[in-house]
Design a protein around this ligand. Structure first.
Ligand code: C2E
Ligand code: CA
Ligand code: CA
Length: 302
């Protein structure tokens, strides 16, 4: 089957040949970036979006070379209210714009492949900081990092994680890797091979944003997964929405039957926590417990 992505720009709205062609190309790229197989007429906002992304990509080059990063640490708790680990979440500290959240730049970095260099920084940084905390007596602390599909698919990823572990001296059982469901589905075969290799290193694996991808339950039994993170869209307002409650309860029961731990993400209220706790959810993360913290703030509550 042949599909086509078509961009159109109209004379005489744009009466210069170069501009006509350029604008049709911008419209075509918009189609390609939004599911393909469609036809769109040029709109000025497509160009603005493109310029904005290009601007981010250019400034990211400097951010990477100057390491304009800060890692924030969001605590994770078990059902007995013990802090057992954290999720490392990156922030870009832009020299003029200040703190920029990952949702603004990670998607651009993923498209431009810059995510690999950013990810290398995160892996090294988190291993070395976690090791320092372990050495202060927090022996069972587990630090989690997020990996993007592009990082998972690069050949050197196993060596990179292994090197960061060896270099920092961190025990693999103090490290967890979070991957989204979508990544498992896109290339099932490749994922299985790489995930098995990551598991062989001795680190934990968790599935992030569970329930939002193309849920295929097949991978749950085939892949070496330790924890499922129920996406926050099912957790927010769970005490007021019977549908959400039933889905979350179903995920918890299924996880337990498969010997997989279940974590609830984005817990914001006591009621949400109580309800999930009373249905044997194993782990919790969210603003109800703590927002992501700077390293020093995290060490304080640790
Ligand atoms: P994620 O992995 O799903 O991370 C959880 C996001 O939810 C974080 O947003 C966190 O601050 C936010 N969050 C946690 N608890 C609550 C809550 O109770 N309520 C609400 N409303 N939000 C909560 P953040 O830090 O902006 O990160 C966004 C996404 O960026 C992450 O989603 C992750 O996909 C990506 N990301 C962050 N750091 C990295 C990184 O180092 N590498 C890669 N590849 N992606 C990263
Ligand atoms: Ca995550
Ligand atoms: Ca998540």
């Amino acid at each position: 089957t042949i599909n086509s992505s078509i961009g159109v720009s109209v004379f005489p709205d744009y009466n210069n040949l170069n501009q006509l062609v350029r604008n049709s190309e911008i419209a075509m790229n918009h189609v390609k970036n939004n599911g393909k197989n469609n036809i769109k007429f040029y709109k000025h906002k497509y160009k603005e979006k493109l310029m904005n992304q290009f601007g981010i990509e250019v400034s990211l080059r400097k951010a990477i070379s100057d390491q304009q990063w800060e890692i924030h640490y969001q605590p994770k708790f078990d059902a007995f209210n013990n802090l057992y680990g954290f999720e490392a979440l990156i922030r870009w500290i832009h020299p003029e714009k200040g703190l920029i959240n990952p949702s603004t730049f990670i998607p651009v970095a993923e498209k431009s492949n810059q995510i690999c260099e950013i990810g290398s920084f995160v892996i090294k940084h988190v291993c070395s900081e976690t090791k320092k905390m372990v050495d202060q007596g927090y022996n069972h602390l587990v630090g989690s990092i997020n990996l993007s599909a592009k990082e998972l698919n690069k050949k050197s990823i196993i060596d990179e994680i292994k090197y960061a572990l060896d270099d920092s001296g961190l025990n693999p059982s103090n490290l967890e890797i979070e991957l989204t469901e979508r990544m498992m589905i896109n290339d099932g075969k490749l994922s299985l091979e790489i995930l098995n290799k990551i598991k062989e290193l001795g680190v934990f694996l968790s599935i992030d944003d569970f329930g939002t991808g193309y849920s295929s339950f097949n991978y749950l039994k085939n892949l070496p997964i330790d924890t499922i993170k129920i996406d926050k869209s099912f957790i927010t307002g769970i005490d007021k929405d019977d549908g959400k409650f039933k889905i979350a309860k179903g995920i918890i029961d299924m996880g337990h039957d498969l010997n997989i731990n279940v974590l609830a993400e984005g817990v914001e209220t006591q009621k949400e926590f109580d309800l999930l706790g009373s249905h044997a959810c194993d782990k919790f993360q969210g603003f109800f417990f703590s927002k992501p913290l700077s390293l020093n703030q995290f060490k304080e509550i640790l």
